[in-house]
Design a protein around this ligand. Structure first.
Ligand SMILES: *[C@@H]1O[C@H](CO)[C@@H](O)[C@H](O)[C@H]1NC(C)=O
Ligand SMILES: *[C@@H]1O[C@H](CO)[C@@H](O)[C@H](O)[C@H]1NC(C)=O
Length: 676
């Protein structure tokens, strides 16, 4: 009995001593690593053998909880021996390792909560604490200090790297970017929560001041003097009597491993400092995770890039193909050897660069080029055509003309066809077109010997087209600008047969009149029918052009001199035909030849086609093999006699103006009325 009596008070005393001790222990603890810790874990949280508390791994939409197993008595109605208080002090070391560098999960929070039953809560932005319907409700009685690593605009997050005070909901009452105040440097230094570096957070609440201080720093540093957040808050409205304290973390579509390395808590007074040296090591996952992260990064970021790259390459391939796209049809097979690839022509002309532009005429632009494989110099004429119809015949004709061989013709080498475009490849004539020599002061003047040789050459070329080939080829556009000079200043006729393109052309309703005003025979402007005679007429105008050094029509001249034929004829009538010679020759010419050329020019310009000589006769006159007949002393035969509309037509256009269709009389009238 005595033992019982003596033992009972002992037991009571023991009880009275141990219970407060137990409470005292519960209200103050420190874990430098969690080896022996008896934490309540939930979600996917676990404690590693080395004492590392892992709240989440990098699985999606996960939560992890770790709570101190016993509730902490915060309010008055406690049986604790301690004075009732809301004050507390805690600090913990954490590390957040995102799966993808800089792109982490939602973060973690130190939480004070009346219950650890979070079955209705969701992960992601609610951090496993709330759901969409109870987020923010005062009945939650939850205080959380969040380390937020994702920007949730709907939660009014400031950034993806901040510390926030959450009262009853994840819309922070107050938050600040993750920084610490450096006493040495006297300024705030940014911290990257997702850096994976161990960091420490201090949370202190002073009931008397009703002030909540939150301080952040690297784990290796001691607590900075200045807190990151210092927020007045009355926790008596939030906290209940009995509360659980612990951690919660959540991942979403983006994930991080959330770790707690150590934790110190104290309900009465400053929490004890953690011993950083005793904290567990983070898994050497970082490198592996880094690599894995890199792989994922490559998959998530680089893969779309690769796709974009492939798309771009593909697109550029298509564009390239489009760029070099040609039209080839079965019937062209036989012309294979004459066919040039557009790509080669494109490269040869440096992409049809303006620098390579030799000139632009009625049929299109001409570019200089050098064939990449052979270094052969070429001229490429781009002729636009909008019809499929007729192209076959035209190409056939062009190809057959490619068989024309004459030293006074510009050799056609081949062709290429694209949508709406025909490219003709010619020998390159290094000295360009004759008109430049006649009218451009930049080019050297041609002496009479050169001029006469060119005239003979062109006549020979035209004769070949008219009479010496298997079929009659009508040039249709003989003029100085279509005569090209090779390196030895031989005249070569270019552009032959091109006018035929318009014969094969789209619109049979319109008569296509192709040629150049001033060189058009009167009957041609009436009928639109090209013959060898119309070529002879143009050759006559061309002869006068070369001899007189001026264009067939020059509107700026005295009225009697505007039309070259009229003027030369007048000179002849006055018995002074040599007056018409080009002053730039300065009298240096062979008189007989000059006279012959001027007279022959007039004869070829006869208004009656049948009165004109043939090219063979022209050749004979030029060679002195035949004597030139006397010219009829009748202005009706030359120039002035040419039908009125033709004269008016000449008058109404500037010289050497190419047209592709003859205006009707009424349009000539309107041109005359507006122009004069
Ligand atoms: C995360 O943890 C859960 C539960 O332990 C496990 O099933 C899952 O495979 C883990 N995920 C990763 C990415 O390690
Ligand atoms: C949110 O959680 C509460 C319990 O806290 C629960 O009653 C409610 O049904 C949940 N709502 C949703 C939408 O899950």
């Amino acid at each position: 009995m005595a033992t019982v009596l003596t033992s009972l008070p002992f037991l009571i005393i023991l009880y009275l001593i141990t219970i407060p001790l137990k409470f005292a222990q519960d209200d103050k603890f420190i874990y430098n690593g969690f080896h022996q810790a008896n934490l309540h874990l939930d979600g996917i949280a676990k404690i590693h053998p080395n004492g590392l508390l892992q709240l989440t791994n990098t699985s999606n939409q996960q939560v992890g909880y770790a709570f101190h197993p016993l509730p902490i008595k915060f309010n008055t109605s406690s049986s604790s021996s301690l004075p009732p208080s809301l004050s507390f002090s805690t600090n913990f070391v954490f590390a957040i390792l995102p799966l993808i560098p800089d792109l982490g999960g939602h973060g973690l929070a130190f939480t004070i909560t009346p219950s650890w039953d979070f079955t209705h809560a969701v992960a992601s932005q609610y951090l496993g604490l709330f759901n969409s319907s109870n987020n923010g409700l005062p009945s939650n009685h939850i205080l959380a200090i969040e380390l937020d690593t994702l920007l949730n605009p709907e939660l009014q997050d400031m950034d993806k790297n901040h510390v926030g005070i959450d009262v009853n909901g994840v819309n922070s009452t107050e938050s600040a970017p993750a920084t610490y105040f450096s006493d040495q440097e006297g300024k705030n230094i940014s911290l990257e929560l997702l850096s994976g570096k161990p960091m420490q957070l201090w949370i202190d609440y002073d009931e008397a001041e009703k002030l909540l201080n939150v301080t952040l720093d690297l784990a290796s540093n001691s607590k900075p003097d200045q807190p990151l957040l210092s927020t007045p808050i009355d926790l008596s409205r939030v906290l209940l009597d009995s509360m659980y304290i612990g951690f919660t973390a959540a991942t979403g579509g983006l994930t991080s491993s959330h770790y707690i390395l150590g934790w110190s808590f104290n309900r009465s007074g400053q929490a004890q400092s953690l011993d950083v040296s005793k904290l567990p090591q983070l898994p050497r996952l970082r490198k592996r995770k880094g690599n894995l992260g890199l792989v994922i990064l490559i998959l998530q970021v680089a893969l779309p890039l690769v796709v974009v790259l492939i798309t771009i390459t593909g697109a550029s391939c298509i564009l390239r193909r489009k760029k070099y796209e040609e039209i080839r049809e079965d019937w062209e097979r036989e012309y294979g050897p004459h066919r040039f690839s557009y790509k080669n022509l494109y490269k040869a002309t440096k992409g049809f660069s303006d620098k390579e532009l030799l000139g632009a005429g009625g049929f299109g632009k001409v570019y200089r080029g050098t064939l990449p494989s052979s270094n052969i110099q070429i001229a490429v004429k781009k002729v636009s055509h909008d019809s499929k119809q007729g192209i076959k015949e035209f190409v056939a004709e062009i190809i057959s003309m490619g068989r024309l061989r004459h030293r006074n013709l510009v050799q056609l080498l081949g062709y290429c066809r694209r949508k709406g475009e025909l490219l003709l490849v010619y020998d390159y004539m290094s000295n360009g077109s004759l008109d430049k020599f006649l009218y451009d002061n930049e080019k050297s003047n041609l002496n009479w010997i050169q001029r006469f040789r060119i005239l003979r050459g062109v006549a020979a070329g035209l004769l070949y087209l008219h009479e010496d080939w298997e079929q009659v080829v009508i040039h249709r556009d003989v003029k100085a600008s279509n005569v090209l000079l090779d390196s030895e200043l031989n005249g070569r006729l270019g552009d032959f047969g091109l006018a035929r393109l318009y014969d094969h052309g789209t619109n049979p309703q319109t008569t296509h009149v192709v040629g150049t005003v001033g060189y058009l025979a009167p009957e041609f402007t009436r009928t639109g029918k090209a013959t060898t005679c119309t070529d002879v007429f143009a050759f006559g105008a061309f002869m006068l052009e070369v001899a007189c050094g001026r264009r067939p029509i020059e509107l700026q001249r005295l009225q009697e001199e505007v039309i070259l034929i009229d003027w030369v004829f007048e000179c002849w009538r006055k018995g002074a035909i040599l007056d018409a010679n080009d002053p730039r020759l300065e009298g240096n010419y062979v008189v007989e030849e000059m006279e012959l050329v001027l007279k022959l020019g007039l004869l070829c310009s006869h208004s009656m086609p049948e009165a004109r000589p043939s090219m063979r006769q022209v050749m004979q006159f030029l060679d002195g093999d035949a004597k030139l007949p006397e010219l009829p002393n009748d202005s009706e035969c030359f120039g002035k006699s040419t039908s009125n509309e033709a004269t008016d037509f000449f008058m109404s256009f500037p010289s050497s103006f190419s047209i592709t269709s003859a205006p009707s009389c009424s349009s000539i009238d309107s041109i005359l009325r507006s122009g004069h």
